[in-house]
Design a protein around this ligand. Sequence first.
Ligand SMILES: [Zn+2]
Length: 100
Amino acid sequence: MTRDDGHGKSPVRERRRRNGVWIAPSATDFSCLCEHCLELARGEGGSFLAAVRAASVRGRLPTDTDVGFIHCAAGHELVVRRVDRPSTLTRPDARQLQLT
Ligand SMILES: [Zn+2]
């Protein structure tokens, strides 16, 4: 088990793929996988199960918060975004109110 206890933040270049997770509108507790940790674990040749365990992150986001940040065990930052309500479910009431 390798551990990177380097002080400070390693100059990891941000790729286009952002480390992030989407959660349901009513969710507060969530768990996700850190993509960086997954890639690192794969590179080390460990089993997939071990990789998933190493990359597993748990967090919590208050329901009134749309975006949050959490860090995995290795210190990677993950962006937590709350899924918006589907636009297909917009109520017609709004338009009716505008017409009055
Ligand atoms: Zn990570």
